[in-house]
Design a protein around this ligand. Structure first.
Ligand code: SF4
Length: 568
């Protein structure tokens, strides 16, 4: 079995049914599980099918679904799928909606911006296999709070030299040597280090495309100005330079790719480490969230006859919205747009009766992950895990395959294969079986990019785009936390600001200073009635509003195009 949550670790686990209670235990390479799975059943869902908030039989709900879809122009049906569940079989519903002619909302609420930059340089974003991480002497964790979001990395890097770069003093930053930088300044740090690599004459590779243009771009930045932009001094710069110059594993996270143009940051980081010859090596490398589907077959790849970028969606263009496994009212930026769902015929196919499900016309409950078959890859490690149905559902629920089969039959569509055939097809790849339900991708027996990059000529493309980020009086920083995943589990609806702001706020509340004298960050909090959400923390710099998850902050964030960004 595997944990299907959208999490780096992709844990292997055992499911036991003890005294009518389902229990999870870690297994194999993930001998312990995190708080979320250990508390999974404290968030019960036993919600029946609902139509206009009233309980109905599942069969009635399915009839209503068919009626709604048959009477609507397919292009006016918007299909939105969340990414909180990594089982590949979850995607089978796309086969029906593509045949039907729905419009797909395409994009990412998560790593899309960062991945875009990696694709520009390398063509594809691949993981670093765990054996490469184990071989490394040094590990640079850049914008990833591994102690919270990637807990199974920690045993792999025990006894290694570890350096953390982040904008806030995260749990990970407290465990290792730490360099604090300003939010969205990671591009400038990568440029600064690349300039040092050239100035100190230690370039190892310049055989990528556009090296001359890249060097020109580096020259266009002034060292002192870059240091100011990142807020680092010479001592920290030297520390960082010495840390990376002879090789390390560089594990970046979503923290480096939060702003609209942050694709340039991941590209700048890759360009720096390509110059230092970090790719295709057995003891060093760079990894962001790698493609979890790489090395597997995807029987659900579709062309999207009709599509719209997720953050360009205008719900006025649609009559029906089918939402699978997502809670846009909480998890998506552009919240004002998603609030229009209550004016639409909204169908939610999901596990939890969450904010979006509550305003839906029709709610169809899905099976839990241990009640159905599935396969998942990982965006962190090289293993593939298979799950079988270990328990039967105790109430009326549907798997994604069952819903798709029902709809194919109702619309008399042809071409749907048996469930097991799809699972066999996904796994019919270059895999080595290493345990019951666990496979290893053989493509990672060699270090990633050993045979070149996934570009037209297999060469690395150096960064060619300048970034002129205008720093704001204060910035919003968002991160995942250990008890919540997107909108699931125990959310933290506080916003955190520097403890230094507390005194200023107290003076304002006691009429010792005027509103006009307040820093912008406090004016913004007052103007948006957020005072009751504020918690003060010593770990947060004075110019940062920090939010764990999007529950509060997504109300204020906007994006356009396919990929969300989290910049004010
Ligand atoms: S660490 Fe991640 S993959 Fe492992 S049990 Fe927790 S949420 Fe699931």
């Amino acid at each position: 079995m595997f944990c299907p949550l959208d999490c780096w670790d992709s844990c292997k686990l055992k499911v036991r049914n003890e005294k009518l209670k389902v229990k999870f235990e870690g297994d194999g390479f993930s001998p312990y599980l995190c708080w979320k799975l250990n508390n999974y059943h404290k968030f019960p869902r036993k919600i029946p099918t609902k139509y206009k908030s009233k309980n109905i039989m599942l069969s009635e709900g399915l009839e209503k679904l068919v009626y709604i879809l048959k009477k609507t122009d397919p292009k006016k049906v918007l299909f939105v799928k969340g990414s909180g569940n990594m089982g590949i079989m979850q995607n089978i519903t796309k086969l029906f909606f593509e045949k039907y002619g729905a419009t797909f909302a395409v994009g990412s609420t998560c790593d899309g911006i960062g991945e875009m930059g990696i694709k520009k340089g390398r063509g594809k974003s691949l993981i670093l296999p765990t054996w490469v991480i184990k071989n490394a002497k040094k590990v640079l964790i850049w914008g990833r709070n591994a102690a919270v979001t990637n807990i199974h990395l920690l045993p792999l890097i025990k006894n290694k030299e570890v350096l953390v770069i982040d904008t806030i003093k995260s749990k990970t930053a407290k465990m290792y040597e730490f360099i604090q930088v300003k939010p969205n300044s990671d591009y400038f740090l990568a440029i600064l280090l690349a300039k040092e690599v050239i100035d100190r004459g230690i370039v190892k590779r310049e055989d990528g495309n556009n090296f001359y243009e890249y060097k020109k771009l580096l020259k266009s930045y002034d060292k002192e100005d870059l240091m100011k932009k990142c807020a680092i001094d010479n001592e920290k710069l030297n520390l960082l330079f010495d840390f990376i110059k002879d090789g390390a594993v560089v594990l970046t996270g979503l923290g480096v790719a939060k702003c609209k143009e942050c694709y340039k940051t991941t590209w700048a980081i890759d360009s720096l480490f390509f110059m230092l010859d970090f790719f295709g090596k057995s003891d060093r490398g760079v990894a962001f969230l790698g493609s979890s589907g790489y090395g597997l077959n995807n029987p659900f790849a579709i062309n999207h006859k009709n599509k719209v970028a997720l953050f360009d969606v205008n719900l006025d263009d649609f009559d029906v919205v089918f939402i699978q496994g997502a809670n846009p009212l909480v998890s998506f930026v552009n919240r004002n747009e998603w609030k229009k769902l209550k004016e639409k015929t909204t169908i939610v196919f999901g596990k939890y009766y969450d904010e979006t499900a509550k305003l839906a016309t029709l709610f169809l409950p899905t099976k839990d992950f241990y009640e159905k078959k599935d396969v998942r890859g990982s965006y962190f490690h090289e293993y593939v895990l298979k799950s079988s149905q270990v328990l039967s559902s105790k109430f009326e629920v549907l798997s994604e395959y069952e819903l798709t089969k029902f709809l194919f039959d109702a619309f008399e569509f042809e071409g749907l294969e048996a469930e097991d055939k799809y699972i066999a097809e996904i796994l019919n790849a270059n895999l080595e079986k290493i345990d019951d339900g666990v496979y290893k991708k053989r493509v990672f027996d060699l270090p990633p990019y050993s045979d070149g990059f996934f570009t037209n000529d297999k060469k690395f493309n150096f960064l060619t785009e300048k970034f002129e980020y205008i720093q704001k009086p204060f910035e919003i920083v968002t991160a995942k936390e250990n008890k919540a995943l997107n909108s699931q589990f125990q959310r933290d609806s506080s916003i955190y600001i520097s403890a230094k702001s507390k005194n200023i706020m107290l003076r304002y509340e006691n009429n010792k200073i005027e509103y006009n004298e307040l820093p912008d960050i406090l004016k913004w909090i007052i103007d948006n009635n957020l005072l009751n959400k504020v918690k003060y923390s010593d770990d947060i710099p004075e110019n940062i509003v920090f939010a764990k998850g999007g529950e509060v902050i997504n109300e204020f964030l906007k994006a356009d195009g396919e990929n969300a960004w989290y910049e004010r």
